[in-house]
Write a protein that binds this ligand. Structure first.
Ligand code: CA
Length: 223
């Protein structure tokens, strides 16, 4: 899952980005409204954390502009604690959730998890596919209850496929959602990672759809 953090306070930006990276997400960072707006309009993010008070272009204007352009990714806004009007304006502009400052990073992480699973149409933080279970709270993966150790790249890939079970995901889409903007993108590496995941899981839940990409079938009772 690839996220964008737009926050002008350098310390806060760094804290958010490193907590999210530790939680297994790929994170791009912007430090003003214009830069954030540009990235959100041109790159495919799975969710955005957007500060309201930003230089060059305020967060509300950034969000309104994205929504006008049809950008539908979930957006979590960061608001000043006593500015109730920020929240109202934010929701009206198309925000999906908010966190008042100062906040605990754990709360931001929990809200991001909730946004991602809701946008994937899931009510729970656990994803199951056959004998494979992925818990987005702990970042753990198991097969028939036995833990499987995946690298962060492998986890991200499996997590993305699980969030989008039931539809074919192309290699290009995976590259776009698994690497940050500076990464040297080579879609052949995806194939290598899928091979490793299959081997580690020992069950083949990831189907290759020739010429199109990969498909993970959701269990019948998943939704
Ligand atoms: Ca700010």
């Amino acid at each position: 899952m690839r996220l964008l953090v737009v926050e002008d306070d350098p310390d806060l930006n760094r804290q958010l980005a490193s907590a999210l990276a530790d939680a297994g997400y790929v994170v791009d960072r912007a430090f003003d409204g214009e830069e954030g707006h540009y990235l959100g309009e041109t790159e495919p993010y799975d969710a955005v954390i957007l500060d309201i008070g930003l230089p060059k272009m305020d967060g509300i204007s950034v969000l309104e502009s994205w929504r006008r352009a049809g950008r539908a990714m979930p957006v979590l806004i960061l608001t000043a604690r006593d500015r109730w009007s920020d929240k109202v304006q934010g929701f009206d502009a198309g925000a999906d959730d908010y966190v008042p400052k100062p906040f605990h990073l754990e709360e931001v992480l929990a809200r991001v998890r909730a946004l991602l699973r809701r946008s994937a149409g899931h009510a729970k933080s656990e994803f199951n596919c056959g004998p494979v279970r992925l818990d987005t709270r702990t970042g753990r993966v198991s097969v028939d209850g036995s833990p499987v150790r995946l690298t962060s790249h492998e986890y991200r890939l499996l997590s993305y496929l699980m969030h989008h079970a039931g539809r074919v995901v192309s290699r290009t889409e995976l590259v776009e959602h698994l690497y940050d903007q500076d990464f040297d993108r080579d879609s052949n590496t995806i194939e290598v990672f899928v091979g490793r995941i299959r081997k580690k899981l020992g069950v083949d839940i990831i189907q290759t759809v020739r010429g199109l990409g990969y498909l993970l079938q959701p269990p019948a009772d998943a939704r």
